[in-house]
Write a protein that binds this ligand. Structure first.
Ligand code: SF4
Ligand code: SF4
Length: 470
C-alpha cells in the first residue's frame, strides 16, 4: 500500500512540476484518468459536501411511530415521510417537489454553473471515494499507471483484489441502502442474509451494485463526459454572468515556463493533473468541467510558489474576467424567472403539506335507475361513496346530506361505517326525501362525511339528487 497520500505531500518545486508535467494531458476519452490529489480549500469543501450523502446511507434506519420514517411503500402505493403519508391521490405534491428540485438545479446552474456536479452529485462523490481507495492501495497516479502496465504477478493481483473487494463492498451497501427506501431496511437485511427477498429486490440490488461499481470505479469521469445529460444542457443555463471556475487569460497569457514571461501562467500543467475529468480549464468553459474547484487549489499553490497572487484560476463570471459590469444574481432576469417558479412550487408544497386530509371522499350517483319512487311516496337516490382512510387506525364515520330538508341517509345497509386504515373503501348510500322538498329534476346536495372518533376530519362532496320531471 502507498505509505503517504499524494494529498498529504507538500507541493514540489516548480522544476519538479515541470518534470512531472509530461504525466498530465488532456482527457481524450481513451484511457482512465489518474488525477493527482492535493490538499486545498476546495478539496476540503468537497469532502464536506460529499459527507452530506451520509444522510442517504442512514435515512432508511430512522424510525417514526414504530415504522420506517422514509419509505416508498410500492405494494400499498404510499409514501411515508415521518408523520406524513402521501397517497396516489396526493401525487401532485410529489410532482411539485420534483419540479422544485429541478428548478433549484436550473437556478443554481444559472448562478454558479455545475456546482451540483462538483460537490454533491453521487457520480462524482462515489468516484472520489473509489479513487481515494485506489490511491491508498495502489499509490499515486504514476505508480497506478505503472501497475496497470505491469505484467500480472502476486503483488499486482493482491492490490487489485483488495481494491475491487472494497469497491464491491461500497457498491453492495449503496445497493441495499437504495432498496431500503422501498422495503423496511432491517427486514431487508434479514431477508437478504437469509435469501428470502423477492426477485425484484435482487434485481434492484444487482443493478445498483453493477451501476455503482462500473460508473464510479471503472468509467469514472467518462460518465460526466459522455453519459450525463446535464453536461449537455448546461450551456443553455449558464451565461456570461454565471460564476464558474475560470482561467483569467488576461492575467495568465502569454503562458510560458520562463518566470520572466509576460503572463502569470507558468504552464506547469498542474491544473490538468489534478482535474478529475482531465480538462484544461485554460481552454474555457467545456462540458467536461464539473466545477469542482480542484484546479483552483492547484493553481493557487503554484502561484504562491512563484510569488504571484492567487486567483489566476478562480470562481468568476466571464464578464468579470473581461472587466465588464456583472449584475448581482438577484437582478438577472433568468434567475428571477427561476426564483418565481420556485416560489410557486414552494407555496404549492406548503399548501399541500398543511392541507393533506386524513380522509378522501368521492361520490358517484347511480344512473340505473336515476331515482326510485318508494311505496310511501318518497323519492330515493342511490350513491356509491368511496372513502380512503389515510390514518393508521380504524376510523368510524358519520354521513349526512345538506341541502335537502328532511332527507334521510342510510349508509352501508344500516351498518355502522368504519373505515379500515390505509384502504380504499366503497359503500352504498341511500338518500330519501319527500317529493315536495325537490327543487326540480336536479336538486343540488352536499354529502358531509365526519369522523366519529378521536381523529378530527370532515369532508364535503357536492352532488345532485334526481327526482321526477313533475
Ligand atoms: S493555470 Fe496555473 S496550474 Fe495551470 S498551468 Fe498555468 S500556472 Fe500551472
Ligand atoms: S477544470 Fe477545474 S473545476 Fe473543472 S473539473 Fe477540472 S479541476 Fe474541476
Amino acid at each position: 500500500m502507498s505509505e503517504k497520500s499524494e494529498q498529504d505531500k507538500p507541493l514540489e518545486s516548480i522544476e519538479a512540476l515541470y518534470a512531472d508535467a509530461a504525466n498530465w494531458h488532456v482527457n481524450t476519452g481513451g484511457e482512465t484518468i489518474h488525477a493527482k490529489r492535493m490538499d486545498g480549500r476546495f478539496r476540503r469543501i468537497k469532502w464536506l459536501t460529499a459527507a452530506s450523502w451520509i444522510f442517504y446511507l442512514l435515512a432508511p434506519y430512522l424510525r417514526w411511530n414504530g415504522q420506517q420514517a422514509i419509505l416508498f411503500d410500492v405494494p400499498h402505493r404510499q409514501f411515508h415521510l415521518f408523520a406524513l403519508t402521501i397517497w396516489p391521490q396526493d401525487i401532485w405534491l410529489l410532482s411539485l417537489v420534483l419540479i422544485f428540485f429541478a428548478i433549484t438545479l436550473f437556478a443554481v446552474t444559472a448562478v454558479a454553473g455545475r456546482i451540483w456536479c462538483g460537490y454533491f452529485c453521487f457520480q462524482t462523490v462515489w468516484t472520489d471515494i473509489f479513487t481515494w481507495i485506489e490511491e491508498k492501495i495502489e499509490g499515486n497516479p504514476q505508480q497506478r499507471r505503472k501497475l496497470d502496465a505491469a505484467p500480472w504477478d502476486a503483488r499486482k493481483l493482491g492490490l487489485k483484489l483488495a481494491k475491487h473487494t472494497l469497491w464491491l463492498v461500497i457498491a453492495v451497501v449503496t445497493g441495499v441502502t437504495f432498496s431500503g427506501y422501498f422495503y423496511d431496511i432491517f427486514q431487508l437485511w434479514h431477508d437478504y442474509l437469509t435469501l428470502q427477498v423477492p426477485l425484484i429486490a435482487w434485481v434492484v440490488m444487482a443493478a445498483f451494485i453493477f451501476g455503482t461499481y462500473v460508473f464510479a470505479g471503472l468509467m469514472r469521469e467518462q460518465v460526466c463526459f459522455w453519459l450525463c445529460p446535464y453536461a449537455r444542457i448546461q450551456s443553455v443555463m449558464v451565461d456570461r454572468n454565471s460564476v464558474i471556475p475560470t482561467y483569467d487569460f488576461r492575467r495568465g497569457e502569454p503562458r510560458g515556463r520562463a518566470r520572466s514571461g509576460a503572463g502569470d501562467c507558468v504552464d506547469c500543467q498542474l491544473c490538468i493533473g489534478v482535474c478529475p475529468t482531465g480538462v484544461d480549464i485554460r481552454n474555457g468553459l467545456q462540458e467536461g468541467c464539473i466545477n469542482c474547484g480542484l484546479c483552483l487549489d492547484a493553481c493557487d499553490s503554484v502561484m504562491v510558489k512563484v510569488g504571484k497572487p492567487p486567483g489566476l484560476i478562480r470562481y468568476a463570471s466571464e464578464n468579470e474576467i473581461l472587466g465588464q459590469p456583472t449584475p448581482p444574481f438577484f437582478k438577472r432576469p433568468r434567475v428571477l424567472v427561476y426564483g418565481f417558479i420556485l416560489l410557486l412550487a414552494a407555496g404549492g408544497i406548503l399548501y399541500g403539506l398543511t392541507h393533506i386530509q386524513p380522509l378522501q371522499l368521492t361520490v358517484l350517483h347511480e344512473r340505473q335507475p336515476l331515482f326510485i319512487r318508494m311505496s310511501d311516496g318518497s323519492i330515493a337516490n342511490k350513491y356509491t361513496l368511496t372513502a380512503v382512510n389515510k390514518t393508521g387506525g380504524n376510523l368510524p364515520v358519520q354521513i349526512r346530506v345538506e341541502g335537502l330538508e328532511g332527507a334521510t341517509v342510510e349508509a352501508n345497509d344500516g351498518a355502522p361505517v368504519v373505515l379500515t386504515p390505509e384502504m380504499v373503501m366503497p359503500f352504498r348510500v341511500l338518500v330519501r326525501t319527500r317529493p315536495e322538498q325537490l327543487k326540480g329534476v336536479d336538486t343540488p346536495i352536499r354529502f358531509v362525511l365526519e369522523s366519529a372518533g378521536e381523529t378530527q376530519a370532515r369532508l364535503e362532496y357536492e352532488s345532485v339528487f334526481v327526482g321526477p320531471a313533475n
